[in-house]
Design a protein around this ligand. Structure first.
Ligand code: 5AD
Ligand code: SF4
Length: 472
């Protein structure tokens, strides 16, 4: 991928040096930049993006902007984008069309694109050519520079995208979406370079935060009464490998667990880096939740090799059984790609075989989407889309069957649920998640928001459970 040219995108527009170690410092005069103005941030993609948006919102509020519920009301609109699959492109540019329309009646409206799509050279070029009226574009490595970027954009389009990550910026403020659940980034980027994946290009090389900063953030959350922390990274099991100290994910999990936060989760795990030491720690500390997301991607060794996944079906299954033996009540979920270049019916059936063996609690399933610049985008792919869609359908049928089977085991059981808020499906019910990450809709629980309560499961569905609050 020819991403270094993105540096030129910045040079072309501002003539500034692209890469330097930087800090989050707001020019005092920018602290009132947004006074009397409102902002709207729309987030696409993974939890990493959700968490970046929490930083973006806090930065904007630090500049005196206030958040608004709808795009139509906003004086500043930012789209925090995802690049993992092609369909994101259409969604984002559909939205960009709506923003153009709004700008026609409100010329002072500012709007911009940030996140992973902004790290793609072709997107930046498209914006510079076709969407001159978008005010700002910034990437994943310079969120902390948003105040300066907005200032520069006052009278021209401002594009600042760094192709190479700088140092980790530690003091970016955060406006957390929830008062009970929080994300903590433990690392940025990824060094795995799976052949289909754009993340190592859009998010840069792996950089772990030091344990001191992570533990400080976790302690503050404990003090504020947070019930749940999710440790975030593209490949959390490789945490620490780049730090040059002897401290790994097992050590971090143990240190966070000792802070006595009621619930700890971590995403995403790559099967290659999942150690016995980690399993031991998860088993030892009851506040590390028995929920593991373990992406399979494919059940065929031939395809796994083409994907550059570094494990085989056999070694994946060995890890799976080890986890289930150590944590018998755990739920395990996965990600699967169908229609990777060259995937035959036989390869696909091997994926189904693994699904049959693992009986996943649930799975995110995707049709392979070629991402420009990744090795897989240039691999020969002669399977028609129609066939890929059929495979996806067959896979989803199987996944749903096991999801229902896994949920059925909860019928009549009493499970701990962290009540988060009103149920989207039924406003008379509250919703929350079990320790195993099952969505539960609960009756009569409106006074228990932010609390972990015992719930008796009264009905099971494919993607959720219904339950009744147990009051002692
Ligand atoms: N095409 C389809 N799915 C992809 N994923 C990542 N890259 C691609 C791609 N190019 C899926 C993987 C990953 C999840 C987050 O998205 O399954 O685990
Ligand atoms: Fe992408 Fe592979 Fe890294 Fe996951 S481990 S982010 S799939 S390159």
């Amino acid at each position: 991928m020819n991403l270094p040219n993105l540096k030129e995108a910045k040079v072309r527009t501002t003539n500034e040096v692209a890469i330097k170690t930087d800090e989050y410092i707001v020019d005092p005069e920018l602290k009132t930049f947004g006074k009397g103005k409102t902002y709207f941030v729309k987030t696409y993609g993974c939890q990493m993006n959700e968490h970046d948006s929490e930083n973006i919102k806090a930065i904007l509020e630090d500049m005196s902007f206030t958040e608004t519920e709808t795009m139509e009301e906003a004086d500043l609109i930012l789209l925090n984008t995802c690049a993992i699959r092609e369909n994101a492109h259409n969604k984002v540019f559909g939205m960009v069309g709506r923003i153009k329309h709004l700008k026609q009646t409100k010329p002072e409206l500012m709007a911009g694109i940030c996140g992973c799509m902004a790290q793609e050279e072709s997107i930046v070029e498209e914006i510079m050519k076709k969407y001159k009226w978008l005010d700002i574009v910034f990437g994943t490595h310079n969120i902390h520079r948003l105040p300066q970027i907005l200032k520069e954009a006052k009278d021209k389009q401002e594009i600042e995208v760094f192709s190479i990550e700088g140092e980790i910026i530690e003091n970016i403020p955060v406006k957390r979406d929830s008062k009970y659940k929080a994300w903590i980034n433990i690392m940025y980027g990824c060094d795995k370079f799976c052949t289909y994946c754009i993340v190592p290009y859009t998010r840069g090389k792996q950089r772990s935060r030091t344990p001191e900063f992570i533990l400080k953030e976790a302690k503050e959350l404990v003090q504020k009464g947070y019930q749940e922390i999710t440790l975030l990274g593209q490949n959390v099991n490789a945490y620490g490998k780049d730090l040059g100290i002897s401290y790994n994910m097992a050590n971090l999990l143990e240190d966070v667990a000792k802070l006595n936060i009621p619930r700890i989760r971590f995403v995403t795990s790559h099967p290659w880096d999942f150690t016995d030491e980690m399993i031991e720690v998860i088993k030892t500390y009851p506040n590390i939740m028995p929920y593991i997301h373990l992406p399979l991607q494919s059940g065929s060794d031939r395809i796994l090799k083409l994907m550059g996944r570094r494990y085989t079906k056999e070694s994946y299954m060995e890890l799976f059984h080890k986890l289930k033996k150590a944590l018998p009540h755990s739920s395990i979920t996965t990600d699967i790609i169908v229609g990777f270049p060259g995937e035959t019916e036989e390869d696909f059936e091997k994926t189904l075989e693994v699904v049959n063996m693992c009986e996943y609690d649930s799975a995110f399933t995707f049709i392979f989407s070629p991402r420009v610049g990744t090795p897989a985008a240039n691999m020969e792919d002669d399977t028609p889309l129609e066939e890929k869609e059929k495979r996806l359908y067959r896979l989803n049928e199987l996944v749903n069957q096991y999801a229902k089977k896994a949920n059925d085991k909860y019928l009549g059981k009493i499970v701990p649920v962290l009540i988060e808020g009103r149920s989207e499906k039924d406003p008379n019910m509250m919703m929350g998640y079990t320790d195993t990450m099952k969505l539960v809709n609960v009756k009569n629980a409106s006074e228990f928001v932010g609390k972990i309560v015992n719930v008796k499961i009264t009905e099971t569905k494919t993607w959720s459970l219904d339950g009744e609050l147990l009051v002692d």
